[in-house]
Ligand binder design. Sequence first.
Ligand code: ADP
Ligand code: MG
Length: 249
Amino acid sequence: MSDPVLATHNLQKRFGALTATDDVSIDLRPQEIHAVIGPNGAGKSTLIAQICGGLQPDAGTVHFLGQDVTRQSTAIRARAGLARTFQISALAMEDTVLENVLLGSLGASGRPWRFWQPALSDNTLRAKSEAALERVGLGDVRHVRCANLSHGQRRQLEVAVALTLSPRAFVMDEPMAGLGSEGSKQLTGFLDTLRDEAPILLVEHDMDAVFALADRVTVLVYGRVIATGSVDEIRANHEVRQAYLGDDA
Ligand code: ADP
Ligand code: MG
């Protein structure tokens, strides 16, 4: 089996008396969508924060592309190709779709802010940004203000920003949140094509999306992994049904 792109080893995080991440080892392999599910408060977002660098674990490690990145900043991990998409307020609503991609790619490239203005007319960057917009299906609306996009289109725009950074892995925390059933269906179809760019670690509540997309599913309960397996294995797992899916799943 090929080496994982991303992996945690025995990750541990406590908040006072609460163990939010309890000995979690999980990995993401090339080309897969690995879903992480579990009830509210199970520790999914805490896990994602440690993987991306927003939170330091008390014990354990995070490896990305074979490197131990546990002590690296969020920015360094992002520059190495760890793409955290769908964070709140990542977009500038008054700017156009294309400007958002240009600015987003610059921000994450670490260029000092005072140099962004000339960069907007940088042809290489512009071509890269336009290609990313075509890739996510927003080429036709590149001059539309971000405020006029639907929620689903905004998520596609965030992916376009991520694509300009040549991502090696995507990490997403509940991308379907706030979308109606039509929007969720569309985003599900989109994520299914995105796996060709880079594998996706997907925290998601929407079970239709999880069961449609995931190659593997990991179930977290009270900070612990209670099962990892294929969709069929997870659906049939007695402990998972009791703890999370309910017996009618
Ligand atoms: P999930 O994303 O699965 O809903 P979280 O990772 O957000 O779960 O939270 C896991 C547990 O850790 C919850 O009990 C939550 O209240 C607690 N928690 C999360 N962040 C903090 C924090 N910064 N300080 C204290 N407790 C926290
Ligand atoms: Mg959460």
